[in-house]
Each structure stands twice: as structure tokens, then as C-alpha cells.
Design a protein around this ligand. Structure first.
Ligand code: SF4
Length: 101
């Protein structure tokens, strides 16, 4: 994936991470954006890397691909655990999610 294909808000690239401590395991995010989110065998959601490998470290981040921005934002809005965080790569400011201004 090139930088140009990654989602931008105000010219800034975005990344997404999940707080697994709050994840309910309902799988809503996986329904919205299966390219970005996946449930692991522990029943919790994790983000996937650019080559779609599951990033099993808690709180791991992955770039938000521009074509999937709406799906990722909808996931964050609908997440019952309020644990999907979308932030700018440059300064780590959350732009969508429970900690967004
Ligand atoms: S929508 Fe939220 S609570 Fe549900 S599986 Fe995804 S990260 Fe977990």
C-alpha cells in the first residue's frame, strides 16, 4: 500500500487500533471492514497489517486505507465496546473514536 492510498483527514495519514481490554467480541467491526479487522481465537478483535496478516499484539496499529475510511469510521461509531480508535499518524491525535474531540 502506498502512502497516497492511505486515508487522510486534513492531509494527515490515519491509523486505527483497538483496545482489546474493552472489546466485547461481537464482531461488528469485522462485518463493516473485514479487510482491517478480524476476530482472533481469543474471541477479541484485532487489526490486520497491510498484507492482511493479523497483528496479535494488543493495541497494534495499522494504516487506514482510503477506500475503507467510511467502513472503519462506521466501525468506530457502532463499536459497543467503544474501543476502536482512529488517529493521525503524525501526532497520534484521535479523530474518530471515544477519545476524539
Ligand atoms: S466492534 Fe468493537 S467491541 Fe465489537 S468486536 Fe469490534 S472492536 Fe470488539
Amino acid at each position: 500500500m502506498t502512502v497516497q492510498q492511505e486515508a487522510e483527514v486534513g492531509g494527515a495519514a490515519l491509523e486505527v487500533w483497538i483496545d482489546q481490554d474493552l472489546c466485547t467480541g461481537d464482531g461488528i467491526c469485522v462485518q463493516y471492514a473485514p479487510e482491517v479487522f478480524e476476530l482472533d481465537i481469543d474471541g477479541l478483535a484485532y487489526v490486520k497489517g497491510a498484507d492482511e496478516e493479523l497483528l496479535q499484539d494488543r493495541g497494534a496499529t495499522t494504516p487506514v486505507p482510503l477506500p475503507l475510511l467510511t467502513d472503519v469510521v462506521d466501525s468506530a461509531r457502532e463499536c459497543p465496546g467503544e474501543c476502536i480508535h482512529v488517529r493521525r499518524v503524525s501526532d497520534s491525535v484521535e479523530v474518530y473514536g471515544p477519545d476524539a474531540a
